[in-house]
Design a protein around this ligand. Structure first.
Ligand SMILES: Cc1cc2nc3c(=O)[nH]c(=O)nc-3n(C[C@H](O)[C@H](O)[C@H](O)COP(=O)(O)OP(=O)(O)OC[C@H]3O[C@@H](n4cnc5c(N)ncnc54)[C@H](O)[C@@H]3O)c2cc1C
Length: 311
């Protein structure tokens, strides 16, 4: 056991870095160990929408989302607060309680994209992940945290490093815990040069394929698809269909130069695993399996994971 480490965090994606910062805020000396650096994590692939959350009353995701929005102020590197449209194919699909969201107003008929029966405006934070993850890592190390690139081979090994452990290994948690509910969900990311778009657009509910675009300065991130698969090979036909769908909503996207086409694997699970486990004298909190909402839930889950660990 490292005498100078109170807590070990496994993973340096958005869950691991946020949890590490919350543990630091509780006064602990924290070591993060990760197989890959933050810029090689799934978190780097996120678009990243932060809501709104349509979780049912009583669902813990509502509180996790609220805490994330509270922390993502516009002065945070990578974070912008934008107006954008949410749309559904059928008419009359306005989610209950949507009037509560900041900036809400139904779209005028001329703002309704072709093929959609419902659309409304909301104001939401969006996160440009490369600068945001860099900011989290810098904030953690500037406060005295250590980030080491070294895989953790088992939870027993982790428990020997520190008495408190946070398992934020994303898909890597399957191997560490044997959790059979955790499955890779393929998600392509297409980045194009921004032809002048200032508002986001997202189709809901998300089916196997949808149109969504989020401007981040001079780039726009397009999505997306949802397929249970661990295949990360870029598929040109899939990308062309995503661009086509986005261009129906925003014709300027049709010819925007493609800057990046990559594929990430979301840590799919019916619900995130956020619970405490004892292993000998060590306490382990699990914080993984956030599927397509890991950034959106990041601060809320990190806060709760840290509270469970130190309580
Ligand atoms: C295309 C795409 C778009 C997305 N868009 C959004 C969005 O708009 N909004 C949103 O909220 N979410 C979005 N997501 C989902 C989001 O990216 C994930 O939910 C989130 O990144 C999960 O973060 P994480 O930190 O839990 O896992 P990861 O980012 O996967 O990080 C896991 C970390 O654990 C490390 N690790 C794994 N195993 C071990 C081990 N044995 N030892 C040490 N380290 C280990 C890895 O190296 C990595 O550092 C999107 C995902 C994709 C693919």
């Amino acid at each position: 056991m490292h005498a100078e480490v109170d807590a070990l965090v496994i993973g340096a994606g958005v869950s691991g870095l946020s949890t590490a910062i919350c543990l630091q805020e509780a006064g602990l000396r924290v070591l993060v160990r990760a197989t890959q650096p933050p810029e090689r994590s799934t978190s780097m692939m996120a678009s990243a929408m932060i809501g709104p959350s349509f979780a049912a009353p009583g669902d813990p995701a509502l509180g996790w989302h609220r805490e994330t929005v509270r922390r993502l102020t516009p002065d945070t590197p990578g974070v912008r607060v934008l107006d954008g449209r949410m749309a559904a194919r059928p008419a009359g699909m306005v989610p209950p309680g949507v009037e509560r969201f900041e900036g809400y107003r139904p779209c005028r008929p001329e703002e309704l994209p072709e093929g959609y029966g419902t659309a409304f405006w909301v104001r939401q934070p969006v996160v440009d992940m490369p600068p945001y993850l860099r900011h989290l890592a810098d904030r953690f190390t500037a406060a005295g945290g250590r980030l080491v690139l070294e895989p953790v081979r088992s939870l027993d090994e982790a428990a020997e490093v520190a008495p408190l452990v946070a398992n934020c290994a994303g898909l890597g948690a399957a191997e560490l815990t044997g959790d059979r509910q955790l499955k890779p969900v393929r998600g392509p990311k297409i980045v194009v040069a921004n032809p002048g778009i200032e508002h986001f657009f997202i189709e809901a509910p998300l089916g196997p394929i949808w149109a969504g675009f989020i401007p981040h300065g001079d780039r726009v991130v397009l999505g997306g698809t949802h397929r249970d698969s661990a295949d990360t090979t870029p598929d040109e036909a899939e990308a062309a269909e995503i661009i086509r769908r986005c261009a129906v909503v925003e014709p300027r996207l049709a010819d925007a130069p493609v800057l990046e086409h990559s594929v990430g694997l979301r840590p799919g699970r019916p619900a995130p695993r956020l619970e405490l486990e004892k292993l000998g004298r060590a306490r382990i909190v699990h914080n993984y399996g956030h599927a397509g909402t890991g950034v959106m839930l990041s601060w809320g889950c990190a806060r709760e994971a840290a509270d469970l660990l130190v309580s």
